[in-house]
Design a protein around this ligand. Structure first.
Ligand SMILES: Cc1cc2nc3c(=O)[nH]c(=O)nc-3n(C[C@H](O)[C@H](O)[C@H](O)COP(=O)(O)OP(=O)(O)OC[C@H]3O[C@@H](n4cnc5c(N)ncnc54)[C@H](O)[C@@H]3O)c2cc1C
Length: 251
């Protein structure tokens, strides 16, 4: 299935290049090669910056797409949810899933309606989901999901109790077949359209955090911790894409 990249004997240079990219497979070959990338760091960065992913799977011939929170540790994506949810009920069979993340960067306005577009970065991972049964991995997966929401939160919030853990499924998806697709830059214009008096350009799109509110929150008040103040200070700069030394997503 692999078309290029990881397979076969290789020189040290080729080996290190293959290690930096995912193999191109029948399932991940992007038709528009100029927008495609199989670079692991880029795929990781998109997954890490995305606030949520969409998880697709087919059950009894019907396709479903479910928005979910996610976390990444190295080359594994973690999802969590209630065992009663359709996806998690289905997971016992170890289904193939497709996970997708999109970052919208701009509205691209051309002089012609035909050349209107979006600037974006998206990543897609295809793989077999695995229900996590190992206690330590389950906790690590949950930590990755919580840390993805706000780095520093896992150490601060109460850890899940035994009953809470039993009520929660964690699923691991290996990032082995993955691609990124990126569009950046101005609109494409047909030469014949250049004299048209129609506004042309890019309107940037940013996802930003708003002002925090404790209105309606139950319990004793607590000061805002430094890690959340830091998150807010960076709020207009995106969710961050840092990797910790252990490969865990911390941004
Ligand atoms: C931003 C975001 C993040 C989320 N993160 C998580 C997460 O990390 N873990 C988790 O378990 N769930 C998460 N959810 C909820 C998730 O999308 C599903 O709703 C849930 O997993 C399935 O719940 P269910 O068992 O009620 O539905 P299912 O049994 O899976 O589905 C039954 C039917 O309910 C409807 N339905 C289910 N989900 C949705 C939806 N999101 N929107 C509209 N209709 C729906 C559909 O018609 C579906 O066929 C998230 C939702 C959002 C919007």
């Amino acid at each position: 299935m692999t078309r290029s990249g990881a397979a076969g004997p290789a020189s040290a240079r080729e080996t290190s290049s293959a290690a930096r990219t995912y193999p191109v497979t029948e399932r991940t070959e992007v038709r528009r090669a100029d927008r495609a990338s199989y670079d692991r760091e880029l795929v990781h960065a998109i997954l890490d910056e995305a606030r949520l992913v969409h998880v697709a799977f087919v059950l009894d011939g019907t396709p479903f797409v479910v928005p979910m929170l996610h976390g990444r540790i190295g080359e594994i994506l973690y999802l969590h949810g209630l065992p009663a949810a359709r996806l998690f009920r289905h997971l016992r069979t170890g289904p193939e899933v497709c996970v997708e993340a999109t970052l919208l960067d701009g509205l691209v306005m051309a002089r012609s309606s035909f050349h209107h577009s979006l600037n974006f970065r998206s990543a897609m991972v295809v793989g077999r989901a695995r229900l996590v049964r190992d206690h330590a991995e389950k906790l690590a997966g949950l930590e990755a999901v919580v840390e993805h929401v706000a780095p520093g939160r896992w150490a601060d919030a109460r850890r899940p109790s035994g009953p809470e853990l039993r009520q929660t499924h964690v699923v691991a998806i290996p990032i082995e077949e993955a691609s990124a697709k990126v569009r950046i830059g101005p609109p494409v214009e047909d030469p014949g359209d250049l004299e048209l008096p129609v506004w042309s350009g890019v309107i940037p799109v940013r996802l930003s955090l708003g002002e925090p509110s404790t209105e309606g929150a139950a319990g004793v008040p607590a000061p805002m911790p430094a890690y959340l103040a830091e998150l807010l200070a960076r709020r207009d700069g995106g969710a961050g894409t840092r990797d910790g030394g252990d490969g865990a997503n911390r941004g």
